[in-house]
Design a protein around this ligand. Sequence first.
Ligand code: COA
Length: 172
Amino acid sequence: MIVPLGQADPAAVETLLDEAFGADRHRRTAYRLRQGVAWLPALSFAAIEDGGLVGTIQCWPIALSPAAGPPRPINLVGPVAVQPGRQRDGLGRRLMQAMLDAAGDRADLVLIGDPEYYGRFFGFTADATGGWSVPGPVERHRLLARLRPGASDWPVVAALGPPLPPALAAAG
Ligand SMILES: CC(C)(COP(=O)(O)OP(=O)(O)OC[C@H]1O[C@@H](n2cnc3c(N)ncnc32)[C@H](O)[C@@H]1OP(=O)(O)O)[C@@H](O)C(=O)NCCC(=O)NCCS
């Protein structure tokens, strides 16, 4: 059963993420991107089986800041995690699909992950991200985006990072 992440026990979510990624996961670049940001309830889900947590997906509102011009909002997808004993049984795809269905055509999405998975099943590519910088090391072929259909004016050179506070963003 896929449910909104708010229905899951936050401690169980952290335990599952440690199991899937290792306890040193907080040093990853993706964590720096969302530092100080709260996950989006509408785009974050849990997979529950027999009352226990077996998978999670979280999304975070971050920003893509071009060298010139205002930052634009983009959603960071991940971590996507399935309990090691339940992997490769469709749960990851169901969690991703729940998020994509909730996002519809309205959201631009970015993630750091395996193109063999996120490209093959969900259409994420590194085509637009070659000139995007991140606050830490990244393998360029793993910085993947799925942009709204018709979106053509994406900055070639830009920095991904936490969103600016509204007052600063308005001031430019
Ligand atoms: C990656 C992950 C979320 C996928 O979820 P899952 O439920 O195990 O996988 P699914 O059942 O949805 O998909 C299975 C298919 O995807 C493929 N697949 C799974 N993980 C993959 C990966 N990292 N790279 C390439 N292919 C992958 C499988 O080979 C399988 O292909 P098949 O149908 O041709 O046999 C899960 O394995 C996981 O939590 N892994 C550890 C944490 C992680 O690496 N997360 C992703 C980075 S954010």
